[in-house]
Design a protein around this ligand. Structure first.
Ligand code: HSE
Length: 314
């Protein structure tokens, strides 16, 4: 077989946990996102021949890189005798809490699935992306890969059976994500978590997870805001993010519905009602990081209901 055409695919940044839903909630942004180009060959091997935008930090060995692992897993599962060549264009910062490793894996899967005739549904690609997450951080959580792949606000009710539910979000809901320029490894942030919860904390947390789902479905913005409370991960992880509680306070003062750590951090997200408020909140949060001499990028997006997509196949 001659090398086939390059298939180019995009997968978006995601916010996992969404405060109260550790490992069970995540949603997709419209931008930024990673781009992965894949073409088939008959080498029987998966190779990564180019990576841009990573400051030479990511491994080129396919079995160590999330997009390589995902494609290897896919080709094995569909039992095709092909090899594949991958080019990865990182647009998401590494270790940012914006689902960077998930976006690479998901974009690669959408591209290889397209290249081989879309044999699997998007949902059927999930286990391969979860396996890639395991390589990246030691845990096969789905709260970044599921929304990156499927789009929308996603509830992972059970990751073993892949019972994944899309929760509709109200039309004026906007997400602000502020990325301060420090890096936190998800594996470290997970290691730091307490292994047990008090019953009181558990009751608070499941009240809020139910409240957030109800708020989204009833388009009750106040209820969404009240439910963005996290007594599980935030108290432990906030100390890794300089100025976190101040940034959260200024977000709320600027009118955010609620604010929390994006995934395992250091990015901080806020939900806002309407675009004007999102811009005000983003500026206030960015300024709060700047006050402590921490550069920070800001992203504003509604919820991306489409998820990963093929960009071109020429
Ligand atoms: N749920 C995961 C965590 C997301 O918080 O560790 C990591 O991006």
């Amino acid at each position: 077989m001659k090398d086939t055409n390059w298939i180019k695919a995009f997968a978006p940044a995601t916010v996992a946990n969404v405060s109260c839903g550790f490992d069970v909630f995540g949603f997709a942004l419209h931008h930024p996102g990673d781009e992965v180009h894949v073409r088939l060959n008959d080498s029987g091997n998966v190779t990564i021949t180019k990576i841009t935008g990573d400051n030479n930090l990511l491994p080129h060995e396919a079995h160590l890189n999330t997009c390589g692992v995902a494609v290897q897993q896919f080709l094995q599962a569909v039992n095709l005798p092909y090899g594949a060549e991958i080019n990865l264009h990182k647009k998401l910062p590494l270790g940012s809490g914006m689902g960077s490793s998930a976006a690479s894996a998901v974009a690669a899967l959408v591209a290889i699935n397209h290249a081989t005739g879309n044999k699997l549904s998007k949902k059927e690609l999930l286990p391969f992306a979860m396996e890639a997450e395991r390589i990246a951080c030691g845990s096969a959580h789905a709260d970044n890969v599921a929304p990156a792949l499927l789009g929308g606000f996603v509830l992972i009710r059970d990751k073993e059976t892949l019972d994944i539910i899309n929760i509709p979000a109200p039309p004026e809901l906007m997400a602000v994500v502020i990325h301060p320029h420090i890096e936190i490894k998800t594996s470290d942030a997970r290691q730091a978590l307490r292994k047990t919860l008090s019953l009181g904390d558990a009751v608070k947390q499941w009240g809020n997870t139910a409240g957030l789902v109800a708020g989204l479905m009833k388009e009750d913005y106040e209820l969404i805001g009240r439910s963005l409370e996290d007594v599980v991960a935030e108290p432990v992880r906030a100390i890794f993010i300089p100025g976190y509680y101040n940034v959260k306070q200024v977000a709320l003062q600027a009118g955010a519905l609620g604010c929390g750590i994006s995934g395992s951090g250091p990015s901080v997200f806020a939900y806002c009602r309407g675009e004007a408020n999102a811009h005000a909140v983003a500026s206030a949060m960015q300024a709060a990081f700047q006050e402590i001499h921490l550069k920070a990028d800001s992203y504003i997006s509604s919820i991306n209901s489409d998820g990963a997509r093929v960009l071109s196949s020429k």
